[in-house]
Design a protein. Structure first.
Lengths: 330, 280
């Protein structure tokens, strides 16, 4: 079993979500390319896959098409949708709140995600050494990933970073300017990024599993050839780990775009102060479910899908030059 | 030689312990704060309570807005258990089809299924809400559970497909020779062997459902139906800012099941996460 996330022995992964799809699964067995199916297999196959298929059609495909239509309408849930052409999209790009939500989300994604991944790679390298107690540390590091998105932790975060809260107290103790982070528009983003970085454990576990699959012979051979630890890291660890880095980067970036509950709780559902926690999904929620501007919110949803799609495509395209797949002809 | 190893080990443990303290600090602070009198939580750096009190827990169990706290717990349990049942059942059958049955369109469907892992979930919330609203299902658990019974969490289907692929094909063939069709092969051969994957799925699904905020926020209006996260949010919104004690106690109580799962099943959790990125 290859350790990569790519099709074993297939063509280089082309840049689209669907190709990732095939990349993550095993390619169809070559012997099966003759398209003949046994009728009982076909029947059983559709029977078994039908719950998923029904769910996909009714809860994903149809709603996606519906929201594409709604994006071109004015709809408030009570009157019939009224077709307005591109008005929603035109409004979006002149709506200062929308533009602010894009900015907030962009900073969170493009600053927060690299920091989180760096922390998690560092932790994985630390844990990939031969010492006792690795399992315990790994579990401790992983714990925040389970609870980081919960309302409980958002409440705790707010209480820790509020005026006179424990963080403010420590700041005053060491002589930093006083003041909580929750009410300060300049400090809410660092606070949110800290919360994201705190959940570095899940990618750490994935990095660690990747590191464990790097054959030790490579390191031994390099050592015999006189490569020092730094050289070994850059010439063996980094290329061997690049498929896992790619996977983590992709998944963490996509999920960072969708942060919602912590921002909602910490700002009391407003995105404040001064719109500094108005994350994209929070603004989408407010537009859709508070102002009942469902058409506008659908347009926002599609802009998000397109942006995430473009970023995914760009990641895939650049991955050709820095992701190294091993084992198979490539 | 031995001395350098000692030193290395010391450096390693120093770094790991320091990181662990930073990582655990918020959780420890939360638990400790829940035992402090309300006015000692803010404006106080001491992590240990100066005076220990259970008053916050008494307030927490007093309920929110006339609804007893146990009602929120029960609602969360109902949602989580039904989510687990639905997800395990629907994902296992779908995974069997993807991993073991060859039928027209399978590879396309599998690709689409994995593609949904990358799809921002928010694109469907508006139309889904409109659908469930026009069907009169807002303020019921149906919108929160429908997807669970229809294998909508692609992560689990993928996890199970990977697991089934690791089961030797000879077992299927033996079952077929003994006259089993796909139904019995799945039920009698594959399903019993899928125990680890089912356990991993169950734990993750339970925790995800337990922590889910957006779904219940959208669909539930009646406080009697609220699960814990929504109840917590309501409490935070409606109480005066100074009442941190009860907030802390409720936050702790809401995480107790997650903590228990973590302590008991961490091996499965960590393996589940590792599988996500590798294998295949």
């Amino acid at each position: 079993m290859p350790t990569t996330t790519a099709v074993p022995g297939g063509a280089p992964p082309p840049p689209s979500a669907q190709q990732l799809a095939r990349g993550e699964g095993d390619a169809p067995a070559p012997g099966r390319s003759v398209r003949r199916y046994r009728p009982e297999d076909t029947r059983a196959g559709y029977a078994f896959v039908s719950p998923w298929l029904l769910g996909f059609v009714a809860l994903t495909a149809f709603p996606m098409l519906a929201s594409l239509y709604l994006a071109f309408t004015d709809y408030n849930l009570f009157r019939a949708p009224e077709f307005v052409g591109l008005d929603n999209f035109a409004d979006l790009f002149t709506d200062p709140r929308f533009l602010q939500s894009c900015q907030v989300t962009a900073v969170y994604v493009f600053v927060g995600t690299p920091i989180k991944l760096a922390a998690s790679l560092g932790a994985a390298l630390l844990l990939n050494t031969k010492h006792r107690g690795q399992g315990v540390y790994r579990s401790i590091f992983y714990l925040p990933s389970l609870i980081g998105a919960s309302v409980s932790i958002a409440i705790i975060w707010r209480a820790m970073f509020i005026d006179d809260g424990v963080v403010d107290q420590i700041q005053q103790l060491v002589g930093l300017p006083a003041g909580g982070w929750v009410g300060n528009p300049d400090m809410t983003m660092p606070m949110m990024i800290l919360l994201a970085v705190w959940t570095f454990g899940a990618p750490t576990v994935i990095f660690l599993a990747g590191l464990k699959q790097v054959p030790t012979e490579l390191y031994e051979a390099a050592e015999v050839d006189g490569a020092g630890p730094v050289r070994r890291f850059w010439s063996i660890t980094v290329p061997m780990l690049s498929p896992v880095v790619f996977f983590n980067l992709l998944m963490e970036t996509i999920s960072a775009f969708q942060v919602f509950s912590s921002a909602f709780i910490i700002s009391g559902g407003t995105g404040g102060p001064a719109g500094s926690t108005l994350f994209y999904t929070l603004y989408l929620y407010l537009r859709g479910f508070q102002d009942f501007r469902m058409g506008y919110a659908s347009a926002m949803a599609w802009v998000l899908v397109i942006v995430v799609g473009i970023i995914t495509a760009v990641l895939f395209r650049t991955s050709r030059s820095w992701v190294h797949y091993t084992g198979d002809v490539r | 030689m031995k001395a350098t190893r000692r030193l290395r080990s010391l450096v390693f443990h120093a770094a790991a312990v320091a990181a662990s303290i930073v990582v655990l600090y918020p959780a420890v602070w939360m638990v400790m704060s829940s035992f402090k009198p309300g006015n000692q939580i803010i404006g106080n750096t001491s992590i240990l309570p100066e005076t220990w009190t259970l008053e916050n827990y008494v307030t927490a169990f007093g309920g929110i807005g006339g609804v007893p706290f146990t009602s929120f717990v029960w609602n969360s349990v109902v949602l989580a258990v039904l989510s687990v049942v639905g997800t395990v059942a629907s994902s296992a059958v779908a995974a069997y089809a993807f991993a073991r049955v060859s039928f027209p369109g399978r590879n396309v469907m599998f690709a689409v299924m994995i593609g949904t892992l990358l799809l921002p979930f928010h694109v469907v919330i508006i139309p889904q809400y409109i659908m469930f609203n026009s069907a009169g299902l807002v303020n019921t658990y149906v919108p929160l559970l429908a997807g669970k019974f229809l294998a909508s969490e692609a992560f689990f289907v993928f996890l199970m497909v990977q697991f089934i692929r690791g089961i030797p094909r000879e077992l299927d063939e033996a079952a077929r020779i003994d006259g089993c069709g796909h139904g019995r092969t799945f039920g009698l051969v594959i399903l019993p062997l899928m125990r680890p994957a089912i356990i991993t799925t169950s734990i993750f699904m339970f925790i995800w459902s337990w922590n889910d905020f957006l779904g219940p926020l959208l669909y539930l209006k009646d406080p009697d139906l609220f699960p814990l996260p929504i109840a917590l949010r309501q409490y935070v919104d409606q109480t005066s800012v100074s009442d941190y004690g009860a907030q802390m106690a409720m936050a702790v109580l809401a995480l107790v099941p997650v903590a228990l799962f973590f302590i008991i099943f961490q091996r499965y959790l960590i393996q589940g996460v590792a599988t996500q990125g590798l294998k295949g």
